[in-house]
Design a protein around this ligand. Sequence first.
Ligand code: SF4
Length: 151
Amino acid sequence: MLQIEKLLPGYNCGECGLSSCREFAVKLVDVAGLDRCTILKQERFLGRAEQIAGLLACSEKTEDIIGVLDGLRAEFALAPLPGEPSCREDLHPFNPEAHLKEGDIFRYRLLGRPITHFAKVLKNKQGIVTVHLVGPGHLLQGLPAPEDIGL
Ligand code: SF4
């Protein structure tokens, strides 16, 4: 995604229907999607368009990611921000008793999703809790079960 972003025109003009070239790079899944960037069709960007097409062709050859529980192919995979150990989520807990502070590890479930998540609090500001996902690995280390805050 970063390689593709560097090759895009960088105008952040929104012609593609997205707010920035970065967002376009994130959502681009195949060569056909390149048509949405009208700027790339200009002659001076044709070389870059070809490079992007090459990168997309490589990524299409990678193995599909199949969900363990539902058996469905993932349309995208989340990745950590550069330099971070895992993905972030911003949460708004429904539980008024959830007093989460920096460093706390807890478990929760996203509304409408069946999977329990485990996360570590990065910050808790104005009711929005920013976390790193940690997975349940610490349970295997004999540490106490983390607080379950529900939805
Ligand atoms: S149309 Fe192209 S240049 Fe404009 S924001 Fe989208 S990707 Fe960037």
